[in-house]
Each structure stands twice: as structure tokens, then as C-alpha cells.
Design a protein around this ligand. Structure first.
Ligand code: ATP
Ligand code: LTN
Length: 343
């Protein structure tokens, strides 16, 4: 048979950038809403996943804990299935280009647009004694993170879309002044779009900084604690397992159904069908089992990895080198465009 010698060159892979702040114990919400999705993307895209430590100090941190959590977050990324052979993983503060581009972009961002950011409004209300300038310009640093790598897609939860929008605005503004410097990135939501809600107040998102530990499931919780938290999740007195996403009175049950759907890969409606007619106790026990079985292999791998500091160090050092190389290409271009003397 004749060989086909006309081959079309493979399209370069599109690039993904994302990260989580090492600001607390990673929750089931972070895993299902972000990290799990990153794992699925790593074969199709060129992926860069960072530990966003520069962002965490917009809220006061305990230094020793921040250091420890940054390494734990890396171990969790790998334990969740992110392959260091396929993806670049690094610590944000190890690449000074983030802070450098962040400064420059500050000069291309307006106070008015930052004042509209929901996360700033929320966090400044929650930390009224520390409304610092970094909290205000947080989205500018996030824009720098993304734009440095000429990123195509940014996989995040819904709550971050406003930050992607301002990043695009800043990039377009810069490009219209200086030519095509930045690729304009797009946000990428999880397939299920799952937003995992608090177990104690299911109208609020599950958050690692919630003051009530019963409200969230940490990926570091003991398995019996996970089960207990799910069993004491707030529901309603109707006693009917139905998925009614628009009915606020069903918020607790809707959330448990969404969690079950996310960990089993089934549709929420089919979960509701499967358990219809059952009591909440039976359903909660099944959700608890399914969540524990999802967390178990990740935790086992995590427990192994966290002991191997040299391995983790090798990964973040390699990652920083690659990140530096990629980011510096963009940074150099920016320096030239704005008029800095480039050696
Ligand atoms: P904090 O409480 O400190 O603000 P957080 O728990 O909201 O933190 P982030 O570090 O801000 O977590 O978010 C990391 C990623 O996890 C983001 O992509 C975010 O959209 C996603 N995420 C966070 N919480 C949830 C949730 N409850 N459901 C789905 N996705 C979530
Ligand atoms: N604000 C993000 C964390 C973050 C991020 C980024 C996510 C900082 N810089 C760049 C994606 C791309 C959050 O999830 N809270």
C-alpha cells in the first residue's frame, strides 16, 4: 500500500494556566470545582499549574503555615493526578516576573474597575481591619499570572469569571496601545459547572476560610470526620429526595445531590431518581461513602508524597525554571513596548 507522505503538521497545543492559593486546607469544593478538572485537561493542552502564594498575603497568613501549605498543595496536585511529566508546576513567588508584570499592569488598570470586583467587596467586608492595597489590586496580579504565559484557557470556578473578564479588559487595553503583546485568554468552566455549597449554609459557597469547620470538607480530614460532616449537613424538613436547583428551600439536598453527581460522574437527575423514596439518612450515608472513596486514593498518595520533600523540591524547582523561561519572553516584550531600556 502506498504511504501517505503528505502530512499536516500537528497544531501546537493550546496553553492552560491556573492555580489555587495555599491559604487554607484544600476543600472538596476546590477539588471538584478546579483541580479535578485540571487533571482531565493535561493530555489535550500544555498545562501550567501554580501555587499562588503571592496572592495569599492579601489576607494575613502565619508564615510557617504558609510555607508548609504551599508544599502540601503541590503534593495534593500530584496526588490528585496532575502528572509532573506533562505539566509545569511551580510556586508563584519563585518567578519574579509575576510581581514585575503585576506592577506594570497596575498602571493600565483603573480604580473604578477594581472597585466593582465582588471578591474585593466580600473580602474587605470580612477583613475590615486589613483592607490593604494588595487586596484591591489582587485581580491585576492575577491578570499578570495569566498574561505572562500567553494563556489560551483558564480553568476556574464560576466565582473567578469576573477576574478573567478584567484580565481580558486589561490585555485588550494594553494591546490597543502597543500592538499584539498579549493573547486574550478565556475562562473555562468545569463540565458540570458544579459549585459546591457549604454544608451548614447551603446558600453560601463551600470555602476553605469558613470559620465553621463543619461547613466544609477538607481533603485532609479524617475519613470518619468527612462522614460525620456529611451526615450532619443542613437539609430541609420536607423529607423528599428531589433535585430542584431553582428551589432555595431544597438547597441542602440539591448540594448533596450535586456532590454525589460530581464524585460518581452521574447526572444529578439520575441520582435523585436512584434515591427517590429513601430517607435522608440513607442518602447521606451513601454520599458519605462515595466522597470517602473519592478522597481515599488521593489521600493515600498524598501521605506518601508529603514525606518525600526532595522529590517535591525537584518538581517545583524544575517548574520555576520552565515558568521563568516562558514568562520572560513576554516580560521582555512588555519592557520594550513601554519604553524601558532593555539590555
Ligand atoms: P478562600 O475561601 O480563601 O477565598 P476558596 O476556597 O474560595 O478560598 P480559592 O483558592 O479562591 O478557594 O479557589 C481555588 C479554585 O477553586 C478556584 O478555581 C475556585 O473557583 C474553585 N472553588 C473554590 N471553592 C469552590 C466551590 N465551593 N465549588 C466549586 N469550585 C470552587
Ligand atoms: N484568584 C484565584 C487564584 C488565582 C488564579 C490565578 C487562578 C490567582 N491567580 C491565575 C487562575 C489563574 C482563585 O482561585 N481564588
Amino acid at each position: 500500500m502506498e504511504e501517505n507522505i503528505i502530512s499536516t503538521p500537528a497544531e501546537p497545543k493550546k496553553r492552560i494556566f491556573s492555580g489555587v492559593q495555599p491559604s487554607g486546607n484544600i476543600t472538596l469544593g476546590n477539588y471538584l470545582g478546579a483541580i479535578k478538572n485540571w487533571v482531565d485537561l493535561q493530555d489535550k493542552y500544555e498545562c501550567i499549574y501554580a501555587m499562588m502564594d503571592l496572592h495569599t498575603i492579601t489576607v494575613r497568613q502565619t508564615p510557617a503555615e504558609l510555607r508548609k501549605r504551599t508544599l502540601e498543595l503541590l503534593a495534593l496536585y500530584i496526588a490528585a493526578g496532575i502528572d509532573p511529566e506533562k505539566c509545569i508546576m511551580f510556586v508563584q513567588s519563585h518567578n519574579s516576573a509575576h510581581a514585575e508584570l503585576g506592577w506594570i499592569l497596575n498602571c493600565y488598570t483603573y480604580m473604578g474597575e477594581l472597585q466593582r470586583m465582588t471578591q474585593f467587596k466580600d473580602k474587605s467586608a470580612r477583613h475590615a481591619d486589613n483592607i490593604n492595597a494588595g487586596l484591591f489590586t489582587y485581580p491585576v496580579l492575577m491578570a499578570a499570572d495569566i498574561l505572562l504565559y500567553q494563556t489560551d484557557y483558564v480553568p476556574v470556578g464560576k466565582d473567578q469569571l469576573q477576574h478573567i473578564e478584567i484580565c481580558r479588559d486589561i490585555a485588550n487595553r494594553f494591546n490597543s496601545l502597543y500592538g499584539n503583546v498579549f493573547k486574550i485568554p478565556e475562562g473555562l468552566l468545569t463540565k458540570s459547572g458544579a459549585k459546591i455549597m457549604s454544608l451548614q449554609d447551603p446558600t453560601k459557597k463551600m470555602s476553605k476560610s469558613d470559620e465553621n469547620p463543619k461547613a466544609f470538607i477538607s481533603m485532609m480530614d479524617d475519613f470518619n470526620v468527612i462522614a460525620k460532616k456529611i451526615k450532619s449537613a443542613v437539609t430541609d424538613s420536607e423529607g423528599v429526595i428531589e433535585y430542584r436547583p431553582d428551589d432555595e428551600s431544597k438547597a441542602g439536598i440539591n448540594n448533596l445531590i450535586s456532590i454525589m453527581a460530581a464524585v460518581t460522574g452521574k447526572a444529578p437527575e439520575s441520582i435523585a431518581q436512584e434515591f427517590s423514596g429513601q430517607g435522608y439518612g440513607v442518602f447521606k450515608a451513601a454520599v458519605a461513602d462515595a466522597v470517602v472513596e473519592t478522597v481515599r486514593p488521593i489521600r493515600e498518595e498524598y501521605d506518601r508524597l508529603i514525606k518525600d520533600k526532595a522529590y517535591l523540591q525537584g518538581i517545583y524547582k524544575n517548574g520555576a525554571e520552565s515558568a521563568h523561561r516562558l514568562a520572560n519572553r513576554t516580560l521582555k516584550k512588555v519592557y520594550k513596548k513601554v519604553g524601558f531600556v532593555v539590555e
